[in-house]
Design a protein around this ligand. Structure first.
Ligand code: F6P
Length: 341
């Protein structure tokens, strides 16, 4: 806080207390399309409110390496349409260590950084909470993940872009599947939650869905394929990768044995994390970035920006001892059973 003396009414002097802040922004964990739009909004909101803003490269790794730099309104020009994160990101295991965080905290305190906006997922928020609780800057998080699996928000930045990328792939696979009378397994990302798989399966008219929340056995699936409600020449089975990326190769082999049909496998993988963000991701990211800065200025901390019932609001960080948000919290996926006949 800076104290300024300034001339006022009747030649007397009034003492104005002007808060001066320095805000650091970082992106951490898996990248997601729209992170740049959130970053741009944070930087330009700071510019608007006269707050000095710094960027930190490669998430918490940048704090460990003391790799921060000043940003101005021009630093985020022409990035709203770009996928990935111009700040870069990392999954920094060293930050789990108290001694490492202590060094980072000393570094931030010496640089007089008192505010932090952390863009990422559960792990990002956990790191930021530790930092604040241990005497570091006040933090607000912005949820970014293609999995849409963060408790407390109905939407995470990047989800819509990933969904459209995967859907585009499914539509293309449908063309070749139909042309050859083939059965396909298409594997989407989604470690703990099947939101991505369920949405693209419904939007792409897939015949079957396998998600972490509804882990149908291969025997059950084979039985369904062998006794379809309507005979089809081609099939698309959407499989969420869960905690075994590439698992659809083994599922296809088992299905071949059980059904005597051939299956082709297409693993969409990291392509779902890239690409130019959709309008939805850019817009949510822009509102959330601004809310994060205004909330810090209002003295709030240890919250994340979120969407609840269509409104941008603050929500407490998710409890790390509780499971993430998943399909069973919000909807049943038997719509696909009804529609894919
Ligand atoms: O960020 C979420 C996510 O994309 C998951 O869907 C996926 O399982 C995981 O990250 C992959 O992580 P990494 O890029 O570290 O392999």
């Amino acid at each position: 806080m800076e104290e300024l003396w300034q001339g006022g009414y009747c030649n007397c002097f009034v003492k104005l207390k002007i808060m001066t802040h320095k805000l650091l922004v970082l992106t951490s964990g898996g990248d997601s399309p729209g992170m740049n739009a959130a970053l741009r909004s944070v930087v330009r909101s700071c510019h608007y409110y006269g707050i000095e803003v710094y960027g930190c490269r490669r998430g918490y790794q940048g704090l460990v390496d003391q790799d921060i730099f000043p940003m101005d309104a021009a630093s985020v020009a022409n990035c709203i349409q770009r996928g990935g994160t111009i700040l870069q990101t990392s999954r920094c295991l060293a930050f789990h260590d108290y001694a490492v965080r202590e060094k980072c905290r000393f570094f931030l305190n010496a640089a007089k950084i008192d505010l932090l906006v952390a863009i990422g997922g559960d792990g990002t928020f956990r790191g930021a909470t530790f930092l604040e609780n241990e005497g570091g800057p006040k933090v607000i998080g912005i949820p970014g993940s293609i999995d849409n699996d963060i408790v407390g928000t109905e939407y995470t930045i990047g989800y819509d872009t990933a969904r459209n990328t995967a859907l585009d792939a499914i539509d293309k696979i449908r063309d070749t599947a139909t042309s050859h009378d083939r059965y396909f397994l298409v594997e989407t990302m989604g470690r703990r939650a099947g939101f991505l798989a369920a949405d693209v399966a419904i939007a792409g008219g897939a015949e079957y869905i396998i998600t972490p929340e509804f882990p149908i056995s291969v025997e059950e699936l084979a039985a369904k394929i062998l006794a379809p409600r309507r005979k089809k020449q081609s099939l698309i089975i959407v499989v969420a990768e869960a905690d075994h990326p590439g698992r659809s190769v083994a599922i296809a082999k088992q299905l071949e044995k059980l059904t005597s049909f051939e299956y082709r496998v297409c693993i969409l993988g990291h392509m779902q994390r890239g690409g130019s963000p959709t309008a939805m991701d850019r817009i949510h990211a822009s509102y959330m970035g601004n809310l994060a800065v205004e909330s810090l200025l209002a003295g709030k901390s240890k919250y994340m920006t979120s969407i609840q019932q269509g409104q941008y609001v603050l929500a407490p960080f998710p409890d790390p001892s509780k499971p993430g948000r998943c399909l069973t919290d919000v909807k049943v996926i038997n719509l696909d059973e009804i529609l894919s006949v």
